[in-house]
Design a protein around this ligand. Structure first.
Ligand SMILES: NC(=O)C1=CN([C@@H]2O[C@H](COP(=O)(O)OP(=O)(O)OC[C@H]3O[C@@H](n4cnc5c(N)ncnc54)[C@H](OP(=O)(O)O)[C@@H]3O)[C@@H](O)[C@H]2O)C=CC1
Ligand SMILES: CC(=O)N[C@@H](CCC(=O)OP(=O)(O)O)C(=O)O
Length: 354
């Protein structure tokens, strides 16, 4: 298999940095350009100066995005990862596609089917409804068809990833009733990105709900689950990790065995989703590409509670993008993501990569 020439736009951000870490050690990737915003303070600084975890692993200088950069780089790229604001990705994805460059978009620019939803939820008018139709929603464990011909991957949001991993097996087996589905999500502060902001500064953050009944991930979860959901996000005072707890009513004939079967069928052969015997916890998944899932069923009331924990920056963003990239090359989705010594690969002090 030939090596893909890859650029990351948004490489100075939290998600971009995780992508750099994962793609640096991917055997079929040649990382060509690490790009930041047009007038960025980070221009020309070594990547590892911003993210010291990767010193000695990736010391490549960052470069600013510009039309000039685009024109010279695009002719020699096979794939681009967009870890940028949504509107930037919406504007530029099509330009890369025209030049035959595969796009892995980690923003929300191509996640929603209806262009009308973008004004309300993202504050800009979507100019590319045709691309919205063509985009492949990249919830990796649910990409069962051949995606080697896909050129635009819309990576799910972090809350939708955790919520949908819980909901999809039930919808697939038609176990859920048409009643209320409630998703309670709790995210660490890195979910809000790297830019300084009073609401996410250390002294300000306490566990609390936010954007109740108006969060932009509600339509995304509903769209992909095929059912309306109520989504209650919470911000918590830890750096990374996310937990979604989903409560719903199953049909009157459903048994515990049916639920076991639905999750086993969905995830017995997907090594990055781990069915747990106890409730998942964030510490077990941070700095890893895994999603940990556990559920409890009350047969009398037919109430099911499912909980999924992920690292918002990895399974909720960068490692899931690498899963989609792998699938687009015809590789197993977990390729290069599970190592014998995962801790060594992600050690915050910068232990050399395996
Ligand atoms: N944080 C999370 O948990 C998750 C985030 N996402 C999505 O991933 C994307 C990146 O998020 P995150 O890493 O958290 O954000 P950050 O704010 O940490 O990083 C944003 C990056 O985008 C760059 N950027 C900003 N504006 C532009 C522009 N106009 N042109 C080119 N590059 C630009 C920034 O460069 P500079 O340094 O120059 O400003 C920076 O590298 C967002 O769309 C987010 O919604 C998806 C899943 C999870
Ligand atoms: C804590 C926090 O602020 N989280 C972000 C979600 C981050 C994310 O993954 O969402 P996108 O991929 O859609 O950007 C939020 O609530 O908007």
């Amino acid at each position: 298999m030939s090596v893909s020439k890859v650029a990351i736009i948004g490489a100075s951000g939290y998600v971009g940095a995780e992508l750099v870490g994962l793609l640096t050690r991917h055997p079929y990737v040649s990382l060509r350009d690490l790009v930041v915003s047009e007038h960025s303070d980070s221009d020309a600084r070594p990547f590892s100066e911003l993210h010291a975890r990767w010193q000695g692993i990736c010391d490549v200088p960052l470069q600013s995005f510009s039309r000039q950069w685009f024109d010279s780089a695009v002719v020699d790229l096979d794939a681009v990862f967009l870890a940028t604001p949504h509107e930037f990705a919406a504007t530029w994805a099509g330009e890369f596609l025209v030049h035959g460059v595969k796009v892995f978009d980690l923003s929300a620019a191509f996640r929603l089917n209806s262009p009308d939803l973008y004004i309300n939820h993202y504050g800009f008018e979507h100019q590319y409804p045709k691309l919205l139709k063509e985009a492949c929603y990249g919830l990796a464990e649910w990409l069962h068809e051949d995606v080697t011909e896909q050129t635009l991957f819309a990576l799910p949001g972090c809350y939708p990833t955790a919520s949908l991993l819980a909901l999809k097996p039930l919808a697939h087996c038609q176990l859920n009733q048409s009643g209320l589905i409630v998703v309670n999500g709790t995210s660490g502060v890195s979910g809000a990105g790297r830019n300084a902001n009073l609401a996410t500064s250390f002294n300000e953050v306490s566990l609390r709900p936010y954007q109740i009944l108006q969060h932009r991930h509600q339509p995304e979860i509903s769209q992909e689950a095929g059912a309306p959901v109520v989504f209650n996000p919470h911000l918590a005072p830890f750096k990374r990790g996310l937990l979604a707890t989903v409560t719903l009513q199953l049909k009157s004939h459903v048994s515990e065995q049916d639920v076991t079967q639905a999750y086993a069928n969905a995830y017995d052969k997907t090594p990055l989703v781990r069915l747990k015997k106890q409730w998942p916890q964030i510490d077990d998944v941070t700095f890893t590409p895994f999603a940990d899932l556990h559920w409890q069923f009350d047969d009398l009331s037919k109430t099911l509670v499912v909980c999924v924990a992920i690292d918002n920056l990895l399974k909720g963003a960068a490692s899931q993008a690498v899963q989609c990239f792998n699938l687009s090359l015809g590789l197993p989705s977990e390729f290069s993501l599970i190592t014998d010594n995962w801790q060594a690969v992600t050690d915050p002090k910068g232990v050399a990569l395996a």
